[in-house]
Design a protein around this ligand. Structure first.
Ligand code: IPM
Ligand code: MN
Length: 340
């Protein structure tokens, strides 16, 4: 097949290192990608003020997919106001490219709480508290008012729920858990709950469960094996996937796909972890999460055989070396050796 055109946004901290590793593994698996690097993130912003211009966004739209390392300034770096890069770059890409599904699979590593578990969190990725509804009145006075709403549309909830049902239906267990807080967030909770009930009628084989998000945090730690597919809103999904990453062996293993399943533009693939500026350049970042995100990218682009081959190599490598500190190069080489 023609080589896919990939925009690579290495970004900040360890982002570029882990992206390089993933691209090396893909090349070693025999997939030729036509890659173009985009210099975006904290360093770029500090240099010339660009977060994500309309021209750059238009250019990114023409690619088949985006591979992203990590975006974000170092903790305590006061030169960049909070949210500048998160809202202006990462969330802008998710929203403007209509990447409405954040698909986050977890495979419990040996020795982790979730050892042997295999579940996926489907996080709504364009609405909820991330939509930016709200504002400030009487800023910085004793009477300041800050509101931050949560936007939940029937359209947005339904397309996310439908994706989750289709996914659950394609899996052996066919089990779907809605996670929300319907006992307190009664307006949005009701919309999510009713939508799940309605879409469920089209998927008779899928067993449906519901957990409040606080209880889900307990179950995630105490018995993660209960989960197969979880569907949840943007903020709950953000929090729950960090927890899931931790119980499954660490966020160094957690991959994600920001998907536009309608394929009206490129989808974006990135590890769940952040820029980890504290270990930048030390060569010790675990590239596994990014390599696994690249596997999701290859699958989505139809490079099915290579995706399966790399996926198996990653799984074998992780289970053999779980818990052993290794350098980025060691992990990359070990995975490549398993490809031949
Ligand atoms: C994630 C990250 C982002 C989010 C941040 C960096 C804006 O935590 O991808 O989970 O909150 O979605
Ligand atoms: Mn997060």
């Amino acid at each position: 097949m023609a080589s896919s055109r990939i925009a690579v946004i290495g970004g900040d901290g360890i982002g570029p290192e882990v992206c390089d590793s993933a691209l090396e593994v893909i090349a070693a698996a025999g997939v030729e990608l036509d890659t173009t690097s985009f210099d975006l993130g904290a360093a770029r912003y500090l240099r010339d003020g660009e977060v994500l211009s309309d021209a750059t966004l238009a250019e990114l739209r023409s690619f088949d997919a985006i591979l992203l390392g990590a975006i974000g300034p170092a903790i305590g770096d006061t030169r960049i106001p909070g949210g500048t890069l998160e809202r202006g770059l990462l969330l802008k890409l998710r929203f403007d490219l209509d990447l409405f599904i954040n698909h986050r699979p977890f495979h419990g590593q040996p020795g982790s709480i979730a050892e042997g578990c295999d579940f996926i969190v489907v996080r709504e990725n364009t609405e909820g508290s991330y939509a930016g509804e709200g504002g400030v009145l009487r800023h910085d006075t004793p009477h300041e008012i800050a509101t931050q709403g949560s936007v939940n549309t029937r359209f947005g909830v339904e397309r996310c729920v439908r994706y989750a049902f289709e996914l659950a239906n394609s899996r052996d267990r066919k089990h779907l858990t809605l996670v929300h807080k319907t006992n307190v967030l009664t307006y949005s909770g009701s919309l999510w709950q009713r939508t799940v009930h309605e879409v469920a009628t089209e998927f008779e084989e899928v067993e449906v469960d519901y957990n409040h998000v606080d209880a889900a945090c307990i179950y995630m730690v105490e018995r993660p094996s209960r989960y197969d597919v979880i569907v949840t809103d943007n903020l709950f999904g953000d929090i729950l996937t960090d927890l899931a990453g931790a119980v499954a062996g660490g966020v160094g293993y957690a991959s994600s796909a920001n998907l536009n399943p309608a394929r009206t533009g490129p989808s974006m693939f990135e590890p769940v972890h952040g820029a980890a500026h504290d270990i930048e350049g030390k060569g010790i970042a675990n590239p596994t999460a990014t390599i696994s995100s690249a596997v999701l990218m290859l699958e989505f682009l139809g490079h099915t055989a290579a995706a399966a081959k790399i996926g198996q190599a990653v799984a074998a490598d992780s289970s053999e070396h779980a818990g052993t500190p290794r350098t980025t190069v060691e992990v990359t080489r070990a995975i490549i050796e398993r490809l031949v």
